[in-house]
Design a protein. Structure first.
Length: 96
């Protein structure tokens, strides 16, 4: 009988421990949601930059935009397209 009471006391103690763990994890996400969303948004920006620059390199492999002035122009277009893709995905995420 004593064994079962000690066992159930320990199970209850684990339940309280998990309660406090979830409570602190929730408070972290509640108070630092700006940090989490900033990390996600900067990761999305890096992904859009990488994808846009990959398309630019594919165009270079095909022989397009190889003159120096067109290289600069394609770089500026690539930066604006990466920013546009990231902002449009962020807007789509927050308003869906």
């Amino acid at each position: 009988m004593v064994f079962f009471s000690i066992l159930f006391l320990k199970i209850g103690d684990l339940n309280l421990t998990s309660y406090y763990l979830y409570r602190y994890a929730f408070s972290f996400t509640f108070y630092f949601h700006w940090l989490i969303s900033s990390v996600v948004n900067f990761s999305l920006l890096a992904l859009c930059y990488h994808m846009s620059n990959g398309i630019r390199h594919l165009l270079w492999d095909l022989g397009f935009f190889l003159e120096l002035s067109k290289v600069y122009t394609s770089g500026i277009i690539m930066l604006f397209s990466a920013a546009f893709l990231a902002v449009s995905n962020i807007i789509r995420f927050y308003f869906s």
